[in-house]
Design a protein around this ligand. Sequence first.
Ligand code: UT7
Length: 418
Amino acid sequence: MSFTITGTGSYLPGKVVTNDDLTAFLDTSDEWISTRTGIRARHVAAQETVTDMAVAAARAALEDSGSTPEQVDLILCATLAGEYITPSLGCMVQKELGAHCPAYDLNAACSGFLYALDAAAGYFARGRVKKVLVICAEAMTRLMDWTDRSTCVLFGDGAAAAVLEPGEDLLSIHLSAAGNNDALCIPHVNGNCPYSGYDRGPASLMMNGQEVYKFAVSAMSKGVEKVAEEAGISLEDIALVVPHQANMRILEAARKKLGMPAEKIASNIDQCGNTSAASLPILLDQLSRQGRLKKGDLLALTAFGGGLTTGACILRWAKEKSKKTAPRGNFSCEQKKGGIIMSTFESIVKVISDYREMDPEEITLSTTFEDLALDSLDMTEILMGLEDEFGITIEPDEKLENVEQLVTFIDDQLEKNA
Ligand code: UT7
């Protein structure tokens, strides 16, 4: 016994901040943000608390499923931070809804919805619950350093919820965690203990964007492949991939790895930015209300986040359309000795020309990355392709300016590994 989703809801704050709005106090531009990320605007909780957003989304989901708060057996909230360390956001929502069931929070950063679904599935398997309310709510904009243009432009606020009831529609689910506080972390506030010599540093989000980017592309695509295999379905059987919304370029790179058509990857990042745990269920609710999900559709949900965590599942969509709009590269040494430069060179040309969809003849040893007009994310993806192609690691800080330097670097690495 697993579950079926009988209702969804979401809430987006009324205040919308566009990329142009940010240029008033940040050295940035709509052009940089939209080409690097696909984000054009985000909702900011200027008035709302995290609890307000969570309750609004929960009410919409309960209404959508035709359920009342008294019927709910468990409230599970996925969030990075509610108003308090305690009481939990789950308890605050329980209070506001007037529900009488156990309630608690879990924190798996942006993978929170998948972690919550898996936890809920355990309660259904044990026969302990008939109705579970899963809520993901985040006020990411309060966790940012608004002078750091490399992070604050990426995030937005919002909440979403789903009502789960007994059923057999979770066909497979996979979670992972790889403890890492270098790629992404948000320290707690320090308090003012007079005995503490421990300074955690600023209490705002810190991120190594390119490290997270590389992790994300691989996590998103591998997650979908894994859960499809576990569910005994092919990628062609998937009606829609509903991914965590972190960066359109991550979605596009993962889509290419999966070999899926663009129309099978759902996205709302242009208007919402990254709302952490809330992003995937907000999108799910919007798709449901837009009538884009048909009864019987097989959906692949996939997410990654701080931790570093990942989650993916195959979910059969079993409900009718929601009625109302929501409150808003391999190379061996033998080969290498056979034709050292050309083999490496040819492989590099293939990776670059496939990625750029350009004529391979246009790439020569003296071609520079500047000639190819590659930005840092293009370079990250090309280097990832070359790492796969040659089975080597290329650190992002390698100073490589043209194809010839890349050939030399890769040959040196292959020599060392031989
Ligand atoms: O849910 C988990 C969330 N995290 C992610 O998904 C993050 C994944 N990573 C990314 O999406 C990308 O790494 C970013 C979009 C965050 C950044 O792109 P990038 O290509 O890795 O940028 P970068 O940090 O290497 O910076 C490139 C340039 C730098 O300027 P210089 O040194 O080349 O002159 C930055 O200062 O872009 C500059 N820059 C900006 N320029 C205008 C960084 N942020 C901005 C900005 N506006 N907002």
